[in-house]
Design a protein around this ligand. Structure first.
Ligand code: FMN
Length: 384
């Protein structure tokens, strides 16, 4: 198939205006393939292993259906909510996504402009391709910093202090990617990082000290895992910041309980968009278990597989306080920069509002398991 500028997969100039034919995130996904080089598209689309978790993330939402309700007065409805006492215009945050200059030369600065315009919370990745300070300057609204522990504590502490100084109001520590799982799609497509797309926040920290392995030692156990954070590292971190700390990448209720007991303020139920341990369940499946384990008061966010406002609604119904989107923001960014990201957010919010209105839940607090209908393992249909 040929596009305006050449064979499918060769990058096109970004759109300056949005055609009316773009109606949903799926349209952006399809278009994005034309706006970035093929290996880059494969890199962002791909999951780890056999992509079981990636597929599960997308399919699982279809197992839940919504109830419409009649004669409910929704004229004063609103998507306004709050997490950690921070007000949100709507419960849809931009997930931490590394190296956004891969899909747009403006990278995270474009995303931040969109977040500002749509009053969306934005989480800046440790591995952003624009500095965390520059991103903060573009976004007046709710901004959080996603922290990856660095091999040396002084560097982790430096990132923390820089985030605090730049006005980030929470730290989201990602813990499910301590070993980099291979992305076979990217590998097969020959993906490589261009030299001008780098983790600029880490410049100046130097290369981590090399771990010398003997031939009988494992690259995973004695290599990557020797530098991976442990429980005592998280304790150290909690002692070194007064900002609320959330942990991203939690699925097991026992981990969730221990984390909250030690002073973590919130969790993100996430499988890294199917890019970490392949074969783990879609987060939406374990969300009710997490909610049961933690009670109603602990903030739980969810990501991985959110592609519509309907998905957002289902996540809220099953116990999430808010959701984050990863790839959908990249699709918008790839197609039309800040305009595209803002449009993606707007489409999701509009769909969420539609769901809320027709499901008889004018406020976020009204949404709950009673709004859903699901199929159980033995094929029975039941209220959630
Ligand atoms: C290309 C790409 C880069 C990512 N980079 C990071 C990152 O730097 N830090 C992080 O915590 N999560 C990262 N994630 C995971 C997202 O934060 C999020 O968990 C995931 O994308 C949600 O799934 P979704 O893409 O289906 O929305 C990345 C995801 C993608 C697709």
């Amino acid at each position: 198939m040929m596009t305006e500028s050449g064979p499918t997969g060769s990058a096109r100039a970004k759109l300056q205006t949005l055609p009316r034919t773009i109606t949903c995130v799926a349209d952006y996904e399809q278009l994005a393939a034309e706006f970035v080089d093929h290996p880059v598209f494969e890199y962002l689309q791909g999951g780890s292993g056999n992509e079981q978790s990636l597929q599960a993330n997308l399919q699982v939402f279809n197992e839940f259906q919504l109830f419409n309700r009649v004669l409910v007065d929704a004229a004063k409805g609103s998507t306004v909510t709050s997490v950690l006492n921070q007000k949100l215009r709507h419960p849809i945050l931009l997930a931490p996504v590394a190296y956004q200059k891969l899909v747009h030369p403006g990278g995270e600065l474009e995303t931040a402009r969109a977040a500002d315009a749509l009053e969306a919370g934005m989480v800046t990745s440790t591995l952003s391709s624009c500095t965390l300070e520059d991103i903060a300057a573009q976004h007046q609204g709710m901004r959080w910093f996603q922290l990856y522990f660095q091999p040396q504590r002084e560097h982790t502490l430096d990132l923390l202090r820089r985030a605090e100084a730049s006005g980030y109001s929470a730290i989201m520590v990602t813990l499910d990617a301590t070993v980099q799982a291979s992305n076979r799609r990217a590998q097969r497509a020959g993906f490589a990082f261009p030299p001008d797309v780098t983790a600029v926040n880490l410049q100046g920290y130097g290369a981590p000290p090399a771990v010398a392995l003997s031939p009988d030692q494992s690259v995973i156990f004695q290599g990557a895992m020797s530098e991976a954070p442990k429980w005592q590292d998280l304790e150290w971190l909690l002692d070194h910041t007064s900002l609320p700390v959330l942990i991203k990448g939690v699925l097991h209720p026992a981990d969730a309980e221990r984390l909250i007991q030690m002073g973590v303020r919130g969790l993100v139920a996430s499988n890294h968009g199917g890019r970490a341990l392949d074969g783990v369940p879609a987060p939406i499946r374990v969300l009710p278990l997490l909610r049961n384990a933690l009670g109603q008061d602990v903030p739980i966010l969810l990501d991985s597989g959110i592609r519509s406002g309907y998905d957002v609604f289902k996540a809220l119904a099953l116990g999430a306080d808010a959701v984050m989107i990863g790839r959908p923001l990249l699709y918008g960014l790839a197609v039309a920069g800040a305009l595209g990201v803002a449009h993606v957010l707007r489409l999701l919010r509009d769909e969420l509002e539609l769901c809320m209105a027709l499901a008889g839940t004018p406020t976020v607090a009204d949404i709950g398991p009673h709004c859903l209908f699901a199929t159980t393992a033995d094929g029975q249909r039941t209220l959630c």
